[in-house]
Design a binder for this molecule. Structure first.
Ligand SMILES: *Cc1c(COP(=O)(O)O)cnc(C)c1O
Length: 358
């Protein structure tokens, strides 16, 4: 007989969670997770491996990854008084921010938005509030301001562009939220490489922090995110970060990639060009409405109550996208597709056409 049950051992908010589900993508054309579809040339791989060869694997890595952090500061032209903190993906940074809050704090974002804001708030026992976007996916500013007034959130997360809608919120509305907030406003720029230079990076000061990741740029396997903010805020986050959260292979590989940023800029340009073609192709299909996007994915609406069938029919043809319909609300009947290579996108469009004829 066991001396305990998990029900008595763990916090109720942990027991109540359902695990973050990642679909098995083996054998599929993978257009579900906003990954960059391009692989590196053999020559580029050789250059990278030559750099890794000298990584001292027997030693702990630089705990603050100072070289990489400095490089990110320079690349983003951040002034001296602004610091960056690195995370094992920006997911870890979201967790660090929320772990630092007092019990019973309130956290605010939009519905829909990136699922981790709510997921992590929930398991830490914080009070999460998602304010519905307008039907056009724009911020409902009066409702956001009312929620700030009512809950006095310690942290507000705004994904810019937003996931899974793909749009950039109105800049003026964001400015008014920043002005009204008593706590921190985290601008999550995970899709910045595709956002045509839309960014709040030059607005980082006081309660405004900007978070980014190299995942969507093309390095999702390395797990590196970062956040820029005032020294006095970042300093506190460093205290609760695990000492060696960025391993030496990631530090070295990201440095290598950033030194060769032109390679990624070229891939990003190709993805943005394909995004335009795909939007046009999707909107030319009867029954489909694809929404404008500043990210490397497209949200589209399917005929009423057919989203799951269409998703499954596309999957049966070997293409994996994301079924967003179960999230309900504004996302009813919606599917999300990541922009892939021209061949992958054609395969997806073909599979969708077949699915629509059901
Ligand atoms: C993908 C995504 C992230 C997470 O990125 P990682 O660095 O891979 O953890 C954060 N925010 C948004 C809005 C995302 O879509």
């Amino acid at each position: 007989m066991s001396k305990f049950t998990v029900q008595t051992l763990f916090r109720p908010e942990v027991l109540a969670l359902s695990a973050y589900h990642v679909a098995d993508a083996q054998g599929f054309i993978k257009l579900d997770a906003m990954e960059n579809p391009y692989i590196w040339s053999d020559e580029f791989k050789q250059m990278w491996l030559a750099r890794l060869k000298d990584c001292p694997l027997n030693r702990y890595p630089d705990p603050e990854a100072r070289e990489l952090a400095g490089m990110l500061k320079t690349l983003n032209q951040l002034p001296n008084e602004i610091d960056v903190l690195l995370g094992n993906g920006s997911d870890e940074i979201i967790q660090l921010l929320l772990m630092a809050l007092p019990p019973n704090s309130h956290v605010l974002s939009t519905t829909p938005s990136f699922v981790m804001y709510k997921q992590i708030s929930d398991y830490l026992g914080l009070n999460y509030h998602g304010v519905s976007l307008r039907a056009d996916f724009e911020l409902d500013l009066p409702a956001m301001l009312a929620a700030i007034e009512q809950h006095n959130p310690a942290i507000i997360f705004l994904a810019y562009p937003n996931n899974p809608t793909g749009n950039l919120f109105d800049e003026n509305a964001i400015n008014q939220i920043i002005a009204a907030a008593n706590g921190l406003v985290i601008i999550d720029e995970a899709y910045e490489p595709f956002a045509n230079n839309a960014s709040f990076m030059n607005r980082v000061a006081n309660n405004v922090l900007v978070m980014r990741t190299v995942s969507k740029l093309g390095l999702a396997g390395l797990r590196l995110g970062y956040i820029a903010g005032e020294h006095e805020i970042i300093e506190q986050l460093h205290k609760i970060r695990l000492p060696y959260n960025i391993n030496v292979l990631t530090q070295t590989s990201v440095q290598f990639a950033l030194e060769n940023k032109a390679v990624f800029d070229e891939q990003t340009a190709a993805i943005c060009a394909e995004r335009r073609l795909m939007l046009t192709a999707l909107n030319s299909l009867k029954g489909i409405t694809a929404f404008e996007t500043a990210a490397n994915f497209i949200l589209f609406k399917t005929p009423e109550n057919q989203a799951t069938n269409i998703f499954e029919a596309i999957k049966e043809q070997g293409v994996l996208i994301k079924n967003i319909h179960p999230q309900g609300g504004l996302l009813k009947d919606c599917l999300r597709v990541t922009v892939g290579t021209p061949d992958e996108n054609q395969a997806f469009l073909q599979a969708l056409k077949v699915a629509l004829n059901f």
